[in-house]
Write a protein that binds this ligand. Structure first.
Ligand code: PLP
Length: 422
């Protein structure tokens, strides 16, 4: 089945009430019924959906099964935010003394997580430029635990060469992790290109209406084959003291190995659990995600082409525009569309400011992926703390304007921009 169909049906068996909509199970805990069943639940013999909501909840389990199928993986884990998903995916493989090799073109929160917070925990981040993947190999050593990048980077809108990165990861037996937030599984299936783990902020396109914060971690089918016996991953291959010496890679949980350990160790101990209320919002969002991504993509491409013809616009960045530096990678990895983010350059800050203040449909907001269109000026907001040199390196000129193209009528958006651009 295709992802558009799976997004509506996968992972939900109607219960006695036969509700068409997925029910919200707001319950902290669940009745074991017998002492023996309780004991076996704590011994990990009964699954994880009906013990205590911090490690599993029936509503969350439906989203997790559904999202895993939509993404084409074997299992997924829902957590409280995209940042929690990223943090857990790293903590699941790395500890003090280890390093991770990560893209230079990343979401701002991910950059500070990697360069500041993980550093305080003793995990070193080694950055590479996605346009120079040949530099990756010399960053890898025995202590490297993962390669991390974004399908379409936010905010720089770059599309990496998946093959170059994944082949490096595979050559050295290292997990590749990709943040697929901006593309969503409707436009890109990273597992088809050999990626091992996919993380998401569900707060953007997945929820769609900008209503809730949440995240997901998805693992590919047969990932345990790469982890089992791999000396880079002792957490999975050596006895786990907190479960009486259980060896995760030897246990019966193989198809869900990566997410199972995240749940049973990291969620258990640090608790960034997704509220079932938010889960339900993501389930609603998923139902229309395929249709919305088509519209976001179509509108963004049309607006990008229109902007190219305006004299006031010096440059337009959209991965599927011919001539864009990401065009070749985007044609290969984003054949179904390059999502709703685009940016364009005008002369200077003063010109950019006028445009921001004149648009009426676009809102000035620090977010992406909402159904409502968003405009912002990077240099004065999200990148305000950077020096002139750093701005240049990040590809952010003084006159750079970013758009997250929403679901309004495309012509109305173009009319709004026409007014603003003059
Ligand atoms: C927003 C975003 C995140 C962080 O997600 P939250 O749900 O806000 O924690 C991570 N990666 C990308 C690409 C994002 O756009």
């Amino acid at each position: 089945m295709h992802e558009q169909t799976l997004a509506l049906h996968a992972g939900y068996e109607k219960d006695n009430q036969k509700t068409m909509a997925v029910p919200i199970y707001m319950s902290t805990a669940f009745d074991f019924g017998s002492a023996d069943f309780a004991a076996s639940s704590f011994n990990l013999e009964q699954g994880t959906d009906n013990v205590y909501t911090r490690v599993g909840n029936p509503t969350n389990a439906i989203l997790e099964r559904r999202f895993a199928e939509v993404e084409g993986g074997s299992a997924s884990l829902a957590v409280a935010s995209g940042m929690a998903a990223i943090f857990y995916s790293i903590l699941n493989v790395a500890e003090a003394g280890d390093n991770i090799v990560v893209s230079n073109q990343l979401y701002g929160g991910t950059v500070t997580l990697f360069s500041q917070t993980l550093k305080k925990l003793g995990i070193e981040s080694r950055f590479f430029d996605v346009h120079e993947p040949e530099a990756i190999e010399e960053l890898i050593d025995d202590k490297t635990r993962c390669l991390f990048f974004e399908t379409i980077s936010n905010p720089s809108i770059d599309v990496p060469n998946f093959d170059a990165i994944v082949s490096m990861a595979d050559k050295h037996g290292i997990l590749s992790i990709v943040d697929n937030t901006v593309a969503t599984p409707m436009l890109c299936k990273p597992f088809d290109f050999g990626v091992d783990v996919v993380v998401h902020s569900a707060s953007k396109y997945t929820t769609g209406q900008g209503t809730a914060i949440g995240g997901l971690i998805v693992e590919r089918k047969n990932l345990y084959e790469k982890i089992k016996g791999n000396s880079r991953y002792p957490y999975f291959n050596e006895p786990e003291v907190s479960y009486h010496g259980l060896v995760f890679a030897d246990s019966v949980v193989s198809p869900v190995l990566f997410t199972f350990r995240t749940r049973m160790i990291l969620l258990r101990d640090t608790g960034a659990v997704l509220s079932p209320f938010n889960t339900w919002l993501f389930i609603q969002g998923l139902e229309t995600l395929a249709l919305r991504m088509k519209q976001h993509t179509q509108s963004a491409l049309e607006i990008a082409k229109w902007l190219q013809k305006k004299n006031i616009v010096k440059k337009v960045n959209y991965p599927l525009l011919e001539g864009d530096k990401n065009y070749e990678n985007a044609s290969k990895y984003l054949a179904k569309g390059a999502s709703g983010l685009l940016s364009f350059e005008v002369e200077d800050y003063a010109t950019a400011k006028k445009i921001l203040d004149k648009v009426e449909i676009f809102s000035i907001v620090a977010n992406i992926g909402d159904s409502k269109s968003i405009i912002n000026h990077s240099a004065s907001t999200t990148h305000q703390q950077l020096s002139k040199d750093e701005l240049l390196k990040a590809g952010v000129s003084e006159g750079l304007i970013r758009l997250s193209v929403g679901l309004e009528d495309t012509q109305d958006l173009i009319d709004d921009l026409t007014k603003a651009l003059g």
